[in-house]
Design a protein around this ligand. Structure first.
Ligand code: FAD
Length: 356
């Protein structure tokens, strides 16, 4: 059976950072991703990143991908397997994967799971009409393939993703009729909300979508106010004319492989749902199984890269083949993550982590 010192499942920002950090310590890595190229969600993020220089602050997500891919391609210790779907993890860290329509097995000393997250759906009448998209699909159409998803969009959700994708729609020449948000307050950063408002997009809080209108495709939507329990207030319904409804209502970690590996999972709403219990070094309760990125806690790409570096270094240290400075380097990343999560914006994550 094929063997690698460290196997990384998922080649988004977390997986790519884990691979680079671990390979720096002299261990052999195999990184697998079901897509045809590494990058994960980063390949569609056209805005400049915040955060620290180490995680490429000031650079656009699509440029960060290129830097990480080039560094990986240059590193002889990293084997990349794209178009490769990891299907299961069994005892003794044996994984099953599908490549070229064939099933294979592989084993590794340590495994790092960086499978990211899936977008959540929202229940409303006619939500299966063509023209109802997830924000990730809208970003892929616009920023990867250069296709406008529609002419006039209703955005559901005023978290950071909803606000950023609204801005990207406007940049792509698409009209955004409104952003609606069921919560009483805007969840995303004020800077993003102010920017879209300045560009003429109204944000309606305590509001939801009740129905998508249309026969063969979306031609409009019925909006309604909601009460404190998120129940629709009868009589507040009104119609809005749009050809696209974009859902940005949260992400759920893709943690099936972690559960299969036997790691302890807990439901922590502040971190995005079912989250693996893990140590500061990102090792789960299943020995030799590490996690990083959205699968371990729904956050953002900078945090995913830092967590990836911590997991990569921890796994390398645990193989025993690392350099002496590795522990010091990992402690620096742990401190960087602590600083990133300090302040008001990190409170939800800190509260969630305290419950793990
Ligand atoms: C629509 C959307 C917009 C976003 N916008 C921003 C933004 O503007 N700024 C920001 O900082 N963050 C943004 N985020 C969040 C950010 O993209 C994520 O936090 C970050 O990408 C998480 O990195 P990751 O490596 O954990 O996961 P991902 O980037 O999701 O990568 C996971 C990878 O794992 C692969 N994979 C999954 N399962 C398997 C399997 N079984 N076998 C093989 N491969 C597998 C996937 O193909 C994917 O490439 C956005 C997220 C979404 C969904």
């Amino acid at each position: 059976m094929k063997f690698s010192d460290i196997l990384i499942v998922g080649g988004g920002p977390a997986g790519m950072s884990a691979a680079l950090a671990a390979a720096d310590e002299g261990v052999r890595i195999t990184i697998m991703d079901r897509w045809d190229e590494l990058g994960g969600q980063l390949i569609k993020q056209t805005h400049r990143f915040f955060g620290s220089e180490k995680e490429h602050a000031g650079t656009r997500g699509i440029e960060i991908v290129k830097i990480l891919r080039e560094d990986i391609a240059k590193n002889p210790l990293i084997e990349v397997k794209c178009n490769t779907d990891v299907l299961g993890i069994y005892s003794d860290r044996v994984i099953a994967y599908e490549e070229d329509r064939l099933y294979h097995r592989m084993t590794a000393d340590k495994i790092i799971i960086c499978t990211g997250a899936a977008e959540k759906m929202l229940q409303f009448e006619n939500n299966d009409l063509p023209g109802v998209y997830g924000a990730g699909a809208v970003q892929t159409l616009m920023n990867v393939y250069g296709i406008q998803p529609g002419q006039k969009v209703l955005m559901i959700g005023a978290g950071n993703i909803g606000l950023i994708v609204t801005y990207q729609l406007l940049q792509a020449g698409v009209d955004v009729a409104a952003i609606v948000e069921a919560a009483p307050v805007i969840g995303g950063y004020k800077v993003h909300a102010s920017k879209v408002r300045r560009l003429g997009v109204p944000i309606y809080t305590k509001t939801t979508v009740k129905t998508a209108l249309g026969d063969k495709y979306v031609t409009g939507a019925v909006l309604a106010d909601v009460d404190d329990k998120f129940e629709i207030i009868p009589g507040t319904e009104r119609e809005i004319e749009v050809d696209t409804i974009c859902l940005s209502v949260g992400l759920a970690p893709l943690g099936e492989l972690i559960s299969q590996a036997g790691a302890e999972i807990r439901y922590i709403p502040q971190l995005g749902g079912f989250i693996p219990k893990r140590s500061e070094s990102m090792e789960t309760s299943a020995p030799g199984i590490y996690v990083a990125g959205d699968v371990s806690c729904i956050e953002e790409a900078t945090a995913a890269m830092i967590e990836g570096s911590i997991a990569g270094l921890s796994a390398a240290i645990a193989t025993g083949m690392n350099r002496p400075e590795a522990i010091e380097k990992r402690d620096e990343y742990i401190e960087e993550l602590r600083v990133l999560r300090s302040g008001n914006t990190g409170k939800k994550i800190r509260d969630g982590l305290a419950m793990l």
